[in-house]
Design a protein around this ligand. Sequence first.
Ligand SMILES: [Zn+2]
Length: 146
Amino acid sequence: MSLDALMAIPNLINKIGDVKLRSQLLDALGSTIEVAGQNRELTEENAELKRLLLLEQSLSFENNFYWRECGPDGEVDGPYCSACWDGEQRLIRLHRYNGRFFGCPVCGVVRTKDGEPVMHGTSEKFRRSSRDAIRPAGARRLGADQ
Ligand SMILES: [Zn+2]
């Protein structure tokens, strides 16, 4: 029974003349609605956990990068940021930087093509240059040139 169908029951219960029976039914209905809400939350949580499990099963870890298997013949997509996946289970595609590095636009991790870490001091610089890279040609940053 859906939550909406449960919410229509009080109108039926109010037609019952026995006050004690009406009170017991309303209490039981309240408990049922509470359990239905918990069931909905758990169902949504379970679906999210299944999605994460399938995603995790499709990942492989190589040279400090994650790669996602995405085709029937073993095609892979990536690389993805290991820091973001391991820390927050967020699959973040790494961006090419200067043709020699891969950097994460979210956490700022920068690695060589072989997966070796680059000095952390470049992380903020990468995030800034990554944002600049996606700005359309000719577009100006707000507040610039003023
Ligand atoms: Zn990251």
